[in-house]
Design a protein around this ligand. Structure first.
Ligand SMILES: C=C1C[C@]23C[C@@]1(O)CC[C@H]2[C@@]12CCC[C@@](C)(C(=O)O1)[C@H]2[C@@H]3C(=O)O
Ligand SMILES: O=C(O)CCC(=O)C(=O)O
Ligand SMILES: [Fe+2]
Length: 354
């Protein structure tokens, strides 16, 4: 069994580095990136819809509002989250600087086919016949090794900003997790691994930088295909270009409009399991824009990789039996690498009632 997140993908190599195109210079979407019209669910433009809840973390009712959003949307936006505005600006600038590098330079820090961190396409691309209109850079822990490959002489600024962002995101994610669980009546005593003193690092995370260049034919391309995250929760910063969509009630794509200073939070598959299905792990995707470049930074927050995650006993009774097998984050990421969006059903104990 893998001891760290980095080892998870050794058994599931994905080869995704061929066929690079210069997104900025092509006049039309090449066949390699041309998606047939996605006829799954309508987009909200057709209807007048409510949007993802915006929750002020300083609101005395925040816990209740967060719980409600997790049970109905599986996603919410937060204000008054405590992440300094200048840090958000700096991290956006550094991400932009990275993606602006020439392809050959970025490929020096390419994510190995059997590795977790580095530059490359979304690993979920291996499940689709067409390529996505995006590039990504995954960071687990220190970015130094890869940053040196990108900027041999001036990698310090990037590393300082990323490390500060990782530190702030880790604190915020932990705080959010306790608010989310608190809404279900769960306290620190109910989660044996959360207070493990012997493991000061405790939780584990991956920071995913995503770049979506402008696209000459946005309706024929896909930025990031519909997926759920394998995490406990994900905290997403998006720049001022729209693109993120969330599946509402399993029937309709709803855009999550960027709002300055606001962060998007979504429930991941592991929190869905812990909550015994009370919280929704929602499908979300990123579409692309005709003229505007979109950037997003997703902080994928999970438990220590080798800790068993299973429905919390406090939420179980004869009417609410456990719906999932215990699984570690490492094992779950392996399942995701093999089964993609069917990973959750591979750990399900019994079929949903309705
Ligand atoms: C820890 C991780 C979660 C993630 C895989 C990763 O190693 C880092 C990137 C994450 C991401 C982002 C895009 C969608 C996704 C399904 C993917 O392929 O890479 C998620 C992965 C996940 O949540 O399973
Ligand atoms: O770019 C976005 O808005 C979505 C990114 C995302 O879903 C992810 O990195 O998991
Ligand atoms: Fe995601």
């Amino acid at each position: 069994m893998p001891a760290s997140l980095s080892e998870v993908f050794t058994a599931h190599p994905v080869h995704l580095h061929d066929n690079h195109i210069d997104f900025e210079s092509v006049p039309e979407v090449p066949d390699s990136h041309a998606w047939p019209p996605v006829v799954d669910y309508p987009s909200e433009d057709l209807y007048d819809v409510e949007s993802v809840p915006i929750i002020d973390l300083m609101d005395p009712n925040a816990t209740k509002l967060v719980g409600n959003a997790c049970e109905t949307w599986g996603m919410f936006q937060v204000t008054n989250h405590g992440i300094p505005t200048n840090l958000l600006e700096d991290v956006e600038t550094e991400a932009r600087r990275l993606f602006q590098l020439p392809a050959q330079q970025k490929l020096k820090a390419a994510r190995p086919s059997n590795g977790i961190s580095g530059y490359g396409r979304a690993r979920i691309n291996s499940f689709f016949p067409k390529l996505m209109w995006s590039e990504g850079f995954t960071i687990v822990g220190s970015p130094v090794e890869h940053a040196r490959q990108l900027w041999p002489h001036e990698y310090n600024k990037f590393c300082d900003v990323i490390e500060e962002y990782e530190k702030e995101m880790k604190n915020l994610s932990s705080r959010l997790m306790w608010i989310m669980l608190g809404s279900l009546g769960i306290t620190k005593e109910d989660l044996s691994w959360a207070g493990l003193k012997s493991r000061p690092e405790g939780a584990c995370a991956a920071l995913q930088l995503n770049s979506y260049p402008p696209c000459p034919e946005p309706n024929r391309a896909m930025g990031l295909a519909a997926h759920t995250d394998s995490t406990l929760l994900t905290v997403l910063y998006q720049n001022s270009t729209t693109g993120l969509q969330v599946l509402r009630d399993g029937v309709q794509w709803v855009t999550v409009p960027p709002r300055t200073g606001t962060l998007v939070v979504n429930v991941g598959d592991l929190l869905h399991i812990l909550s015994n299905s009370r919280f929704l792990s929602v499908l979300h995707r990123a579409v692309v824009h005709h003229t505007r470049h979109r950037l997003s930074l997703a902080y994928h927050y999970g438990p220590p990789p080798d800790i068993q995650i299973s429905p919390l006993s406090k939420l179980l009774d004869p009417k609410h039996p456990p719906l999932y097998h215990p699984v570690t984050w490492s094992e779950y990421l392996e399942r995701k690498a093999k089964h993609f969006n069917k990973a959750l059903s591979t750990v399900r104990l019994c079929e949903p009632q309705n």
